[in-house]
Structure formats: structure tokens, C-alpha cells
Design a protein around this ligand. Structure first.
Ligand SMILES: NC(=O)c1ccc[n+]([C@@H]2O[C@H](COP(=O)([O-])OP(=O)(O)OC[C@H]3O[C@@H](n4cnc5c(N)ncnc54)[C@H](OP(=O)(O)O)[C@@H]3O)[C@@H](O)[C@H]2O)c1
Length: 156
């Protein structure tokens, strides 16, 4: 199963200068709650911004750089995102897709569901979540928080 987890604003902005354009600690708590004890995948740039691997999760880091290495029991460096997505798509195990832009774009067609924190307003951004059609999904739940709304979309 493939699950996307993202916070984007009303223009689908997700990042600015290597980090998120907003300061929403409650969204980071929600990210932790959703991803804990799951396998997660992220691009090399997002991983580098985290400074250290996220605890109690196994992280697949995607890079084209064949000489990039990262020695840690909870981290696997991979070069082929499509194979990883295909492996989890037909499996009971969940792969949580955690960005950034190109990783989201490649994973979107495979996504069974999406946890989207829809951040109020428009922020200056240099990185964007890909366009998606809400008609392809049903809204399983919607929870209003201070400054954002958590929407759980499940593919029809
Ligand atoms: N709001 C959110 O929920 C959220 C979530 C995640 C990230 N972000 C933000 O997004 C920004 C970072 O995202 P980004 O899009 O710039 O970078 P990114 O997706 O984290 O990393 C990009 C890198 O991933 C590797 N990569 C991507 N697709 C690949 C593929 N198919 N095969 C092999 N390698 C692949 C490449 O690494 P190499 O260059 O090493 O080859 C590429 O340069 C930051 O501002 C971050 O804060 C926001």
C-alpha cells in the first residue's frame, strides 16, 4: 500500500529554501503520529534537511548518485523509486511517501491514500506538490487544526 503524507498550502506550495514555508508544530506532530513504525521514502534533499534519521521508522532515501552512502540501521539508500513503489503497491505493508516534489509526483499515480495537511493561505514557495484531481478520491476524514486542515483522501 502506498500512502502520501504532505503539508501543502492553497497553491500546493510545500517548501522554500530547503524547509517548509510555515511553522506548524502541530503538523509535525501529526506527521510523526502518521509515520511512526512505518517504512517511509523521501528524496535525498528532504532527508538531508532532517539532519538525522527519524526514529522508529525505516527510511528509504532516493538518490541518482551511485556513490552516495549513509550508514545507519534505519536507513536504506536506493536509486530506483519505481521498483520500491511497485513492491509496496502490491503488499500489505505501507510505504509512506514523504516528498519532496519529484518523489511526490512519481508516487501520486500509485497512491492508495493521501494525508494532506491543507495549510491556510498562500506562502512564498519554491517547491510544489503536483496537481491532483480530488474527484479521484473520497474524503475519509477532515479535521480542522489551528492554521491547517488534515484531510484523509482515499482513492476511489
Ligand atoms: N510540506 C511538506 O510536507 C514537505 C515534505 C517534504 C519536503 N518538503 C520540502 O520540499 C523541499 C525538498 O524537496 P525537493 O523536491 O527539493 O527535493 P527531494 O525530493 O527531497 O530530493 C530531490 C532529490 O531526490 C533524488 N531523486 C528524486 N527522484 C528520484 C528518482 N526517481 N531516482 C533517483 N533519485 C531521485 C535526487 O537526488 P540526487 O540529486 O542525490 O540524485 C533529487 O535531487 C524542501 O523545501 C522541503 O522542506 C516539504
Amino acid at each position: 500500500m502506498i500512502t502520501i503524507v504532505v503539508a501543502h498550502d492553497t497553491r500546493r506550495g510545500i517548501g522554500k529554501d530547503g524547509w517548509m514555508p510555515w511553522d506548524l508544530p502541530e503538523d509535525l506532530k501529526n506527521f510523526r503520529k502518521l509515520t511512526l513504525h512505518h517504512d517511509i521514502v523521501m528524496g535525498r534533499v528532504t532527508f538531508a534537511a532532517m539532519k538525522k534519521p527519524l526514529s522508529e521508522r525505516h527510511t528509504f532515501v532516493i538518490t541518482k548518485n551511485e556513490s552516495y552512502t549513509y550508514q545507519h540501521k534505519d536507513v536504506t539508500v536506493l536509486h530506483d523509486l519505481t521498483s520500491l513503489l511497485r513492491e509496496y503497491k502490491g503488499s500489505d505493508r505501507t510505504l509512506m511517501v514523504c516528498g519532496g516534489a519529484a518523489v511526490y509526483a512519481q508516487a501520486l499515480p500509485y497512491a492508495d491514500d493521501m494525508w494532506i495537511s491543507l495549510v491556510d493561505g498562500e506562502y512564498e514557495a519554491d517547491t510544489f506538490f503536483p496537481p491532483y484531481d480530488v474527484q479521484d478520491f473520497i474524503i475519509e476524514s477532515k479535521e480542522r487544526k489551528d492554521g491547517f486542515t488534515i484531510i484523509h483522501y482515499i482513492r476511489k
